[in-house]
Design a protein around this ligand. Structure first.
Ligand code: KIV
Length: 287
C-alpha cells in the first residue's frame, strides 16, 4: 500500500526553511561579534525541532542548558541532571545541524571532582554529543578545569552570578552580588575566567550596573540573563520566551509568545473532535 509518510515518523530530518544558508558560527566569531559591537542572541534548546526553528530564526548560540532538568524533565532544580541526560539532549539538538554555535552545559558533578574528569566529560559532550563548546558554572574554583579543557581544544563558556548548580549553598534562586565586596569578587572572577581561556561568560541574576561593569572590563563577550541591558548578548530559556513554561516566570523574562494556552486549546479541540467522531474525516483516511 502506498500512502503518505506518517507525520513526524520520517527517518530523514525535514529540510530547513528556505533562506540563504548561514555559515557555521564558531567561538572566535562570537568573540568577534563583541569587537564589532553586535549584540549576541542566545536561546536554550533541548530538542531537534526547537533547535531547528531557533536556528532558522538566526540565533547566534543555541545553549543545551542543564535547565532541561527543570524545563523538560520535571525536576525542582538542575542538580539531578546527568551526563547521560546532557548527551541525549545535545545529540537531539546537533542532529538539527544548526549554523548557530551549540554550547552544551556540563551538569552538576561532571567537572567538580577532578580536572581529569572535567576534561573527559567535556570531551564526551563534543565527541558523542556533537557540541561546539561547553559551559560550566563557577569562578576561581573552576579555572583549573577551564584551562585544561581549553588546552585540549574545546571552547569554554563560563557562568557567574546566580549559578543554579549551587542553589543549596546559595539558599535559593535570588539576585547575587548586591554588596560591594561581592561585586568586586565577581568582577575579579570574570577576569580570571577570561585569563583561563573562556571565550565568553554567562552573567545570571546580578544587578544591571554590575553586568555593565563586567562587560566593559572584559574583552570576551558577556551573555546576560537577568543581568541588565549592557551585556554583550542575552540568553533566555526558550520555553520562557515562548510562554510554554508552566512554573514561575522570573522578572527578567520577556514573553514573545503565549504558547501554553494555545497548545492546551488545540488539545481540547482535538479531544472534542475525537469524542464527537469528527476526526478523522474521509479526507484524512486511506481507501
Ligand atoms: O541551563 C541554562 O539554561 C542556563 C542558562 C539559563 C544560562 O544555564
Amino acid at each position: 500500500m502506498s500512502g503518505d509518510p506518517k507525520p513526524g515518523s520520517g527517518a530523514q530530518a525535514p529540510p530547513a526553511a528556505a533562506g540563504p544558508p548561514r555559515a557555521k558560527r564558531t567561538a572566535p566569531q562570537i568573540v568577534e561579534l563583541k569587537r564589532r559591537g553586535e549584540p549576541i542572541a542566545c536561546v536554550t534548546a533541548y530538542d531537534f525541532p526547537t533547535a531547528r526553528l531557533a536556528d532558522e530564526a538566526g540565533v547566534d548560540i543555541v545553549l543545551v542548558g542543564d535547565s532541561v532538568g527543570t524545563v523538560l524533565l520535571g525536576y525542582d532544580s538542575t542538580l539531578p541532571v546527568t551526563m547521560d541526560d546532557m548527551l541525549h539532549h545535545t545529540r537531539a539538538v546537533t542532529r538539527a545541524r544548526p549554523s548557530a554555535l551549540v554550547v552544551a552545559d556540563m551538569p552538576f558533578m561532571s567537572y567538580q571532582v577532578s580536572v581529569e574528569q572535567a576534561v573527559l566529560n567535556a570531551g564526551r559532550l563534543v565527541q558523542e554529543g556533537g557540541a561546539d563548546a561547553v559551559k560550566l558554572e563557577g569562578g576561581e574554583r573552576v579555572t583549573g578545569a577551564v584551562r585544561r579543557i581549553v588546552e585540549v581544544g574545546i571552547p569554554v563558556m563560563g557562568h557567574l552570578g546566580l549559578t543554579p548548580q549551587s542553589v543549596l549553598a546559595l539558599g535559593g534562586y535570588r539576585v547575587q552580588a548586591r554588596g560591594e565586596a561581592d561585586q568586586e569578587r565577581l568582577l575579579s572572577e570574570a577576569k580570571l575566567l577570561e585569563a583561563s581561556g573562556c571565550f565568553s561568560v554567562v552573567l545570571e541574576g546580578i544587578p544591571a550596573r554590575l553586568g555593565a561593569a563586567v562587560s566593559r572590563e572584559l574583552q570576551i563577550p558577556t551573555i546576560g540573563i537577568g543581568a541588565g541591558p549592557s551585556c554583550d548578548g542575552q540568553v533566555l530559556v526558550s520555553h520562557d520566551l515562548l510562554g510554554m513554561f508552566l512554573g514561575h516566570t522570573p522578572k527578567f523574562v520577556r514573553r514573545y509568545a503565549e504558547l501554553a494556552p494555545e497548545i492546551r486549546a488545540a488539545y481540547q479541540r482535538y479531544i472534542a473532535d475525537v469524542k464527537a467522531r469528527r476526526f478523522p474525516s474521509e479526507r484524512e483516511s486511506y481507501y
